[in-house]
Design a protein around this ligand. Structure first.
Ligand code: PNS
Length: 163
């Protein structure tokens, strides 16, 4: 049987527990997951691409089934190059669906063999997003239960440095 590779793309600025849970659950469905960290974000990221990649590596330090790479171009072309069978994404709420459906359809239009697999996030973290984590942290709110410990440390350090 050929290996079944899924690509889990995102900006991960920063990585949240919800992202980690989707990746972990994805490992039950696919042989390997390539986490593709986008470089060109619409907004300037708080963390560099290398810092965001390190957040993923730090969450799966001993699992060779999780790889991390930078994504600098078109996801559909990247997925074709890598031989991926699917894009893996989490859905937190119905409001995510419109954007996610549009991307899934566009990606399949660009590369007919590429399916998107959506995993429903656990309900207890469905209000958590990277943007809100940053906003709450900047305003002094507690976010350490929403992100992995090494991400919380990186976030506090970044904000202390005046970012
Ligand atoms: O975590 P995000 O920011 O919601 O992830 C969005 C992402 C990375 C999935 C999307 O922006 C993307 O696929 N970017 C790569 C460039 C691309 O292929 N754009 C067309 C998408 S249909």
């Amino acid at each position: 049987m050929p290996e079944r590779l899924a690509i889990c793309p995102g900006s991960f600025d920063p990585l949240t527990n919800g992202h980690v849970a989707i990746m972990r659950r994805g490992l039950a469905l696919f042989d390997r997951i390539l986490v593709a960290v986008t470089i060109n974000l619409k907004k300037t990221p708080l963390f560099t691409a290398e810092e965001r990649m390190e957040m993923v590596r730090g969450s799966f330090p001993d699992d060779p089934r999780i790889e991390v790479a930078q994504l600098d171009g078109l996801l559909a072309a990247y997925a074709r190059d890598k031989g991926a069978v699917a894009i893996l994404r989490g859905l937190r709420a119905p409001s995510d669906f419109e954007y996610e459906l549009q991307m899934a359809q566009m990606n399949r239009h660009l590369y007919r063999d590429l399916d998107t697999v959506f995993l429903a996030s656990d309900a207890d973290g469905s209000y958590v997003s990277s943007s809100l984590v940053k906003e709450v942290a900047r305003l002094g709110g507690y976010v350490d239960d929403m992100v992995p410990a090494h991400v919380a440390a990186a976030l506090h350090q970044k904000l202390r440095a005046g970012a």
